[in-house]
Unconditional design. Structure first.
Length: 201
């Protein structure tokens, strides 16, 4: 359920301090943050059901995320005053190697967080593979797993990534506008994972 009574969160936050990066990079917190982004707003009880963990443990990790401004309290969606509702404090997060490279602790935290994100994305994709028969033929045809090989320099790779991000953002905005206009038929959450990096053989 989208929270219409609060202004939308900022579009992107760039994490530049090690403490916040470590707080975000915990495996369960990554999963909670990702689940909360999809849900829009949720309680600890709802999230605990989604991630199959105890409510007390989920509440603890939500508080840790909130301490670093990664999530925030949302307007209550029910009449139960005992329930705390949460939402992501921004639409997306970014963290760059250059912000952490000068500190061994920071560089290690950056690498560890990226590895955990890759594992989380792999888990999402494997869940789809396990369930793909249930999605039906149209979704199976629409889903894609591809890889490409290009000979680029750093400036070209930067432009390629920017172009891909802009294209995906266009589709995100189109989907939001269509849903706001009542066109909800057949729409589902779609994960698009992108990794682009140099390598040598």
């Amino acid at each position: 359920m989208d929270d219409k009574r609060q202004p939308p969160p900022p579009e992107t936050r760039r994490i530049t301090d090690v403490g916040t990066l470590k707080a975000f990079g915990h495996p369960l917190r990554l999963k909670l943050y990702g689940t909360l982004r999809v849900a829009g707003v949720a309680t600890a009880s709802q999230l605990a059901t989604q991630v199959d963990e105890a409510v007390s443990l989920v509440s603890y990790h939500l508080r840790k995320l909130a301490e670093h401004g990664l999530i925030e309290e949302a307007e209550a969606q029910s009449g139960d005053a005992r329930e705390r509702w949460w939402r992501a404090a921004q639409e997306s997060l970014s963290f760059r190697h250059e912000d952490f490279k000068d500190s061994p602790e920071g560089a290690a935290a950056h690498t560890a967080t990226i590895r955990r994100l890759v594992a989380y994305h792999q888990e999402q994709y494997e869940t789809y593979l396990d369930q793909q028969e249930a999605w039906g033929e149209q979704w199976r045809r629409a889903a894609d797993q591809s890889d490409f090989l290009a000979r680029l320099n750093p400036a070209e790779l930067t432009r390629l990534n920017a172009d891909i991000h802009a294209l995906i953002k266009t589709y995100e905005e189109q989907g939001k506008a269509a849903e706001a206009a009542g066109d909800t038929e057949g729409r589902e959450n779609v994960a698009v994972h992108l990794a682009s990096f140099p390598f040598r053989i």
